[in-house]
Design a protein around this ligand. Structure first.
Ligand code: NAD
Length: 503
């Protein structure tokens, strides 16, 4: 598709300038509630992408020497600008992604928390010192930036996930090339503009657009030292293999199938409300969405009430007040979700609530699918094995907590899980025995705040260190250990030491 003038063209950010791409390949950015074309996004040329990396490499020479205080103050200013522009950012996000306006503000807010954390970099990037490790010898560590780092982000959190990446990379002294999702790059671009306004120097943050070709260039480019990826398991595995084969650090946060366990002693109304919010919020398009609920013992009798409560959720455009569930991101996503619901029926699951083809007055063209509930789901069914990434909840029974834990541990994914109970002993057993990286106790979506790091595990993650928090400081820096000794002017030289010991 070629660009034409009726809608704006999304710009590239290269060397501090917003530039129009010279590419011939463009893609529409579409409002999922209306199909209105909001903008066109370029697939940058190799020359443009190389220019972005070259600019970041040049900027690194001075940025790496910029004092901590100067770096931190940019993020103090940046958090203020994000707050001041919250409503405008949320409206842009909802228009291109579909989620409700309050949830769009939540998306931005969870990213803002990382920006606030980046403003605290002085406390985070400190080394260690051991005094007198041998006679007159001290050892200490420096945490030095790597160089140019790259970020590749998914469509579902177009504010939060870019903000997981570039603020911490830049605050630790690196420069950055970001490739946002080509499905909804507008709010990400606005956030990049605000970062420049906050004082990020030219070349320190660059943004390129594109798809597989852009991602492959970032994985291959010799000047890029580390790659952060968030997205599907298939693409993340490819990125991890390709980037690490090229000697880069890589961290890939990927797909999920998150289970909640409900014990019969749980607070019933709180539990049901939390389950619905986590299963159907953002139309199920969260990597931490609860897509499987295991009802233990008598909690299985809660199923009719779960369905009744689900029927009260309002499906509408995300920009309409009172909406609970907006559209899914694209027509292709709608086809995928509808197809998986059909497969669930074919494979013998019991469709208790069918959300397909809801009527949404005024938004007949939107990609809507309402909340859908399956019971009688078994681990071999497609709706259990695949990440549906839509508002579809699979309900499964278990006799005991141990049986439910065993089911979750047999699933390959390890992003998030939750237990609803009033029993401290059950909660502790769950916390100890469950093989999932992020655990909620009466908390349905246990995404840690940036005092901690995002710690998905098993098939949901490749690479040791997670995004944001303390772990990402390690990811974006090289630890250098300095062992030093100073001789007094008049110190006599002893005999030559040919052993490994420090004397
Ligand atoms: P996606 O994998 O399709 O796209 C992610 C990025 O990869 C985009 O920037 C895209 O342009 C690029 N890409 C797409 N196809 C590619 C290819 N063939 N080669 C190279 N690059 C390619 O993911 P998505 O649909 O945008 O996002 C949804 C997925 O992200 C879900 O699986 C969800 O669970 C996952 N996700 C995970 C986390 C987490 O923290 N674990 C967070 C959010 C989303």
């Amino acid at each position: 598709m070629t660009a034409h003038s009726s809608v704006p063209n999304v710009k590239l950010l290269i060397d501090g300038e917003l530039v129009e791409s010279k590419t011939t390949q463009w893609r529409d950015v579409v409002n999922p509630a209306t199909q209105q074309v909001l903008a066109r996004v370029p697939f940058a040329t190799a020359e443009e992408m190389n220019a972005a990396v070259a600019s970041a490499a040049e900027a690194f020479k001075t940025w790496r020497k910029t004092p901590i205080g100067a770096r931190a103050r940019i993020f103090l200013k940046y958090q203020q600008l994000i707050r001041e522009n919250m409503k405008e950012l949320a409206a842009l996000l909802t228009a291109e992604q579909g989620k409700t306006l309050p949830d769009a503000e939540g998306d931005i807010f969870r990213g803002l928390e990382v920006v606030e954390h980046a403003a605290n970099i002085g406390n985070l990037q400190m080394g260690e010192l051991a005094n007198n490790v041998a006679g007159g010898v001290d050892t200490y560590t420096l945490h030095q930036p790597l160089g140019v780092c790259a970020g590749i982000t998914p469509f579902n959190f177009p504010a939060m996930i870019p903000l997981w990446m570039f603020p911490m990379a830049i605050a630790t002294g690196n420069t950055f090339v970001l490739k946002p999702s080509e499905q909804d790059p507008l709010v990400t671009m606005r956030l990049a503009e605000l970062a420049m306004q906050a004082g990020v120097p030219k070349g320190v943050l660059n943004v390129i657009h594109g798809g597989a070709e852009a991602v492959n260039l970032l994985c291959d480019h010799p000047d890029i030292k580390a790659v952060s990826f968030v997205g599907s398991t298939k693409v993340g595995t490819h990125v991890y293999n390709r980037a690490t084969a090229n000697g880069k650090r890589a961290q890939c946060m990927m797909g999920a199938k998150n289970h909640a366990i409900v014990l019969p002693d749980a607070n019933r109304q709180q539990t049901l409300n939390n389950l619905l919010g986590a299963a159907f919020g953002a139309a199920g398009q969260r990597c931490m969405a609860l897509s499987v609920v295991i009802l233990v013992g008598e909690a299985q009798q809660w199923l009719p009430e779960l369905i009744e409560k689900t029927r009260t959720l309002k499906i509408n455009a995300g920009a309409e007040p009172g909406t609970d569930i907006g559209p899914v991101v694209s027509c292709a996503a709608l086809d995928r979700v509808s197809g998986l619901i059909a497969r669930g029926v074919e494979e013998g699951a019991e469709l208790l609530l069918d959300g397909r083809n809801p009527q949404v007055p005024g938004y007949q063209d939107g990609n809507f699918v309402g909340p859908t509930i399956f019971a009688g789901v078994t681990p071999t069914m497609s709706i259990y094995r695949e990440e549906i990434f839509g508002p579809v909840l699979c309900v499964m029974p278990a006799k005991t907590l141990d049986e439910a834990i065993a089911l979750i541990n047999a699933n390959p994914n390890g992003n998030g899980t939750a237990l609803f109970t009033r029993s401290g002993a059950a909660a502790r057993r769950f916390q100890e025995d469950i093989d999932v990286g992020q655990v909620g106790i009466n908390v349905p979506i246990p995404v840690p705040v940036p005092l901690f790091s995002f710690t998905g595990s098993r098939a949901s993650k490749l690479g040791d260190l997670g995004p944001y928090g303390k772990q990402v400081v390690q990811f974006y820096t090289q630890t250098k250990t300095v062992t030093q000794r100073w001789f007094d002017e008049d110190e006599a030289g002893g005999p030559v030491n040919t052993t490994i010991t420090l004397k």
